[in-house]
Design a protein around this ligand. Structure first.
Ligand SMILES: C[S@@+](CC[C@H](N)C(=O)[O-])C[C@H]1O[C@@H](n2cnc3c(N)ncnc32)[C@H](O)[C@@H]1O
Length: 327
């Protein structure tokens, strides 16, 4: 069997999961350990019973490790909530609109960022599920150097900052996020100890007045899987942004946290499990106007040829690196 033949069921599984998520059915089943019948679900959620039954039966057949049907009751098993599984679903949801519009993007009848966009809320959930592996290493770094203020650039929904708030409650925490959808900045349920700024990490001059920094040496700018996105406009653009931070916050620390990127040849020889997720992750970047994730060697030379000075490269997770820079 070729990978294409095998992928057909996988494609439909993902489509079914995304639809069940978007219609609240996964949440509904997740709240009912004893299971639910299609009749109950379709009545409570105003869902087409026949389509629902065919989707759930399809999942019971194809992913029995997650979905079960007994005496007409459908249940979701606990393994379904493992972070790698949830991450895959949120990643697919985040880029669903983009993939549906791939022919239009290819034929240039639509433009990414104008008629087509990724979903910021789901992207944020997916990123958290992947990037939380790096949080302990970043938090240890904040603790070791006794930073008083931490500014998370491209903070998404602020999950990393919430983690720091719990671990190091004395640290002043500020999140900067461009996508209101991702940050849910207008929501009331924000953690009161964290200040959120709806702003562009590329224009620190715009929101500088909102930071009110006491000690520049005790200030850390951190960004987790954000800066590679800037590379879409070219290395020079990224270096211009680094210069802005250097000029404005000389003496502060910048911690770049990035998933390691791979060249085509190095991707081809990765073990299958890593190759699958990494190649999908890399594929989506050029389609959505993001620069590609880069290897540690490329990040090193990019930073070294900019205005900021690279102090160390530390592993945050087998596949995530931290670049410690002095501004
Ligand atoms: C891959 S997500 C990472 C989110 C979060 N840092 C995490 O680790 O889960 C990238 C985030 O950066 C945000 N972002 C991208 N460009 C930005 C910019 N110029 N200014 C502020 N945020 C930006 C995106 O909206 C998105 O929330």
């Amino acid at each position: 069997m070729s990978r294409v033949s095998n992928a057909l069921a996988g494609h439909f599984i993902m489509k079914a999961l995304c639809a069940l998520h978007d219609t609240g059915i996964l949440e509904y089943l997740g709240e009912r350990n004893n299971g639910a019948t299609v009749e109950a679900i379709s009545l409570d959620l105003a869902i087409d019973k026949n389509i629902l039954e065919s989707l759930l039966d399809f999942l019971v057949v194809n992913v029995p490790e997650f979905f079960e049907k007994k005496d007409g009751l459908y249940t979701i098993k606990s393994q379904f909530y493992e972070s790698s599984v949830q991450n895959s679903i949120y990643f697919a949801l985040a880029y669903e609109d983009v993939l549906n519009n791939l022919p239009a993007l290819l034929s240039k009848t639509k433009k990414y960022g104008i008629e087509v966009a990724r979903n910021g809320k789901y992207l944020s959930k997916s990123s958290t599920l992947h990037n939380h592996h790096a949080w302990p290493a970043i938090t240890d770094f904040i603790k070791e150097y006794n930073f008083e203020t931490v500014i998370d650039l491209g903070c998404g929904a602020g999950d990393f900052l919430k983690h720091v708030a719990k671990t190091l409650p004395a640290v002043r925490l500020i999140g900067v996020e461009q996508s209101t959808e991702a940050a849910g900045i207008t929501k009331d349920d924000k953690d009161q100890s964290i200040k959120f700024i709806n702003g562009d990490a590329g224009t620190p001059e715009v929101w500088a007045k909102d930071l009110s920094i006491n000690s520049i040496e005790k200030t850390l700018f951190v960004s987790v899987t954000v800066w590679h996105e800037f590379l879409w406009s070219g290395e020079t653009e990224l270096q211009k942004v680094f210069s802005k931070y250097h000029n404005q916050y000389k003496g502060a620390t910048l911690l770049l946290v990035e998933k390691n990127g791979y060249s085509l040849n190095s991707l081809k020889v990765l073990p299958d499990s890593l190759k699958d997720v990494t190649s999908v992750y890399q594929l989506i970047h050029p389609i959505t106007n993001q620069g590609l994730p880069q290897s540690p060697a490329v990040w090193r030379s990019l930073i070294e040829s900019s205005a900021v000075s690279l102090q160390a490269v530390l592993p945050a997770h087998p596949d995530i690196s931290m670049y410690v820079c002095k501004l």
